[in-house]
Design a protein around this ligand. Sequence first.
Ligand code: DX5
Ligand code: ZN
Length: 222
Amino acid sequence: MRPAAKIAPSILSADFARLGDEIHNVAAAGADLIHFDVMDGHFVPNLSIGIPVLESIRKITRLPLDAHLMIEEPARYIPAFVKAGADVISVHEEVCADLPAIAAQMHGLGIRASVAINPESAPDRVIAAAEHFDMILVMSVHPGFGGQGFIADSIAKLRAIRQELDRRGLHIDLEVDGGIKIDNIADVAAAGANVFVSGSGIFGHRDYRTIIAEMREHAARV
Ligand code: DX5
Ligand code: ZN
């Protein structure tokens, strides 16, 4: 049984001057979670938003907050993100030597644990540690910027991961992040993704309700 499809707008592409309204608008339009991209200028060549912004968002929405930490030494910052209100945190496998330990840290703090993987990284380590996690996040662009083109090889990686999860009876979420638009969401869903991050694909559209409904419908066509 495949976990339910979830649409996760990435606020990296929102209008930050109107962030509260943007979040209310995607929530009213049917978003299932809010994807929150954290960048440190080291793991990725960009900076974004962090703990105080998450804390403010926590006060204005009940939607689960999906924090994607594109940072080095994520274990140092997990307690602060949990305190600020994150419901699920993705840490990158490329900067985590001990995946079961960081999953245990997140579970010990009462949140869902997720592990993210870059386009150029082989999926072996996340597959081996999958039973420790509630979600795996497959990056389908090089992390650091919104609005990039989808990397087609991500389809095979998603399929390989979902097949292995199914083989082992692990019904965890498989999130895909980067370049997800109405024209490729059915393909990533068919490959096994069930959580769909979209930044420019949603915030770049003038009608959030229509685009989220269409994305959900395309994702269900598998
Ligand atoms: C990229 C971020 C993504 C980004 C996706 O580093 O992790 O979440 O916001 O943006 P789009 O959907 O525009 O590719
Ligand atoms: Zn992200």
